[in-house]
Design a binder for this molecule. Structure first.
Ligand SMILES: Cc1cc2nc3c(=O)[nH]c(=O)nc-3n(C[C@H](O)[C@H](O)[C@H](O)COP(=O)(O)OP(=O)(O)OC[C@H]3O[C@@H](n4cnc5c(N)ncnc54)[C@H](O)[C@@H]3O)c2cc1C
Length: 387
């Protein structure tokens, strides 16, 4: 029997994970990516526990952990006086471990993407760059993707893993747009040598204050500090890596904050200003032989650091469903039944986490009200979850 041929649109973390898991099951997989080159963009990511269960199942956890920083604890600190509000101080040195401990890790997005690309190529999966999907059509039991270059690709199944501005979603549900979440993220990296005077409170820290959060942690074997300042705003800001911001704008947004926050901002260069958008949950993620996953299906606010983990979990469960069911309708039904409740819960909890941590007065913050302490949700294991 001919192996099922799956076209995956988007070589992000979700699409690549799905491709690896499908390839390991012997399926014929093609990944089509709009970018002309898979170059180093992005900053740091939080890798939740579910994502790492997936990497263990795919025999990739060692390679991932090798590039990651272990984050045993995530301390939440008062924005002015750095009083510990939740968690514990993170005294780790940020050096990579062997990946066996069941803890959150931080990783540079480009490093993780490189690990996944190398794994897929070893398995013989193909990645086509410069292939921006503009349309697709079904004919009988086949689906054909059309790219801006004029090229086409035909397969048995199409996966829209093309991120928050998904073209696949726009074709399936015209008029459905990403929603601005009234938040902007300022992102920048500081070399550890410059950051060291402002890291006495540990290698990771999340400062919370009125309508703002400042999250900083080390990555790249402890040599770089990833900084993200999240700010509420009513002024819509576009999303992407092309919009810069000045140090003065960022300093003004965090005026009066703890000296470690201001110190890191004092060393900020190449600041990226990224409007945060989410996608509203859909009743269904599929039509015919096409299905959505990752940010295309459920982009969410970053307050739980679970966006990447959700895409990675989706990719693995989709592959499990397509392996269990040769009938694609049944496979999609199993995938949606497993993933929609999970991602809707995390989507809603990410919003609540932001609301409770950015309350007007952090002295009134109650850790018990923070979804991050819902261990059943945070420690979900997609490898053994019922399907
Ligand atoms: C360049 C980039 C950098 C990022 N950096 C960070 C970061 O530093 N920290 C963080 O927390 N999150 C970051 N994110 C978001 C984070 O990676 C995602 O929220 C999460 O991993 C969800 O993954 P995904 O696979 O669903 O989508 P994404 O990771 O967004 O991947 C989607 C992929 O689809 C491609 N694509 C889009 N449209 C088309 C099309 N029409 N045809 C073909 N391909 C298409 C995109 O180029 C991208 O490679 C970044 C996303 C991108 C695209």
């Amino acid at each position: 029997m001919r192996a099922m041929k799956v076209l995956i649109i988007g070589a992000g973390l979700g699409g690549l994970t799905a491709a690896i898991a499908l390839r390991q099951q012997g399926m014929d997989v093609q990944v089509h990516e709009a970018a002309g080159r898979l170059e180093e963009t992005g900053a740091g990511l939080t890798l939740g526990l579910g994502a790492q269960h997936v990497f263990r199942a795919l025999d990739l956890q060692g390679a991932v952990a090798d590039r990651a920083c272990p984050a045993g604890v995530l301390p939440f600190l008062h924005y002015k006086n750095a009083r510990l509000l939740m968690g514990d101080f993170d005294t780790g040195d940020g050096r990579a471990d062997d990946g066996t401990a069941d803890i959150v890790r931080h990783i540079y997005r480009a490093d993780l993407q490189q690990v996944l690309i190398a794994a897929l190529e070893r398995l013989g999966g193909r990645i086509f760059t410069g292939r921006k999907l503009v349309d697709f059509a079904e004919s009988g039991d086949r689906v054909t993707a059309k790219f801006a270059s004029g090229e086409t690709a035909t397969g048995d199944f199409l996966v829209g893993a093309d991120g928050v501005r998904s073209a696949v979603r726009a074709i399936l549900w015209p008029g459905d747009q990403p929603r601005f979440t009234d938040h902007v993220a300022y992102r920048f990296l500081v070399p550890m040598d410059a950051a060291r005077p402002f890291m006495a409170l540990g290698r990771s820290a999340i400062f919370i204050g009125p309508q703002r959060t400042f999250n900083r942690y080390t990555m790249c074997n402890g040599e770089v500090v990833n900084c993200a300042g999240l700010v509420e705003t009513k002024e819509p800001v576009p999303e992407g890596w092309s919009i810069g911001a000045t140090q003065a704008e960022l300093a003004q947004a965090f005026e009066g904050w703890h000296e470690d926050v201001r110190g890191l901002i004092g060393h900020a260069s190449n600041i990226i200003k990224w409007g945060l958008y989410d996608r509203k949950p859909l009743a269904s993620w599929s039509r015919g032989r096409t299905v959505l996953m990752g940010d295309a299906a459920h982009a969410m606010l970053p307050f739980l650091g679970m966006g990447a983990a959700m895409a990675i979990e989706d990719g693995y469960i989709l592959a499990r469903a397509l392996t269990l069911e040769s009938d694609t309708d049944l496979a999609i039904a199993r995938y949606e039944a497993a993933r929609q409740p999970r991602t809707e819960q995390v989507h809603a909890a990410s919003l609540v986490q932001g609301q409770v941590t950015q309350a007007i007065d952090p002295d009134l913050f109650k850790p018990a009200s923070a979804p991050m302490n819902n261990m059943e949700m945070m420690a979900f294991n997609p490898v053994i979850a019922p399907l």
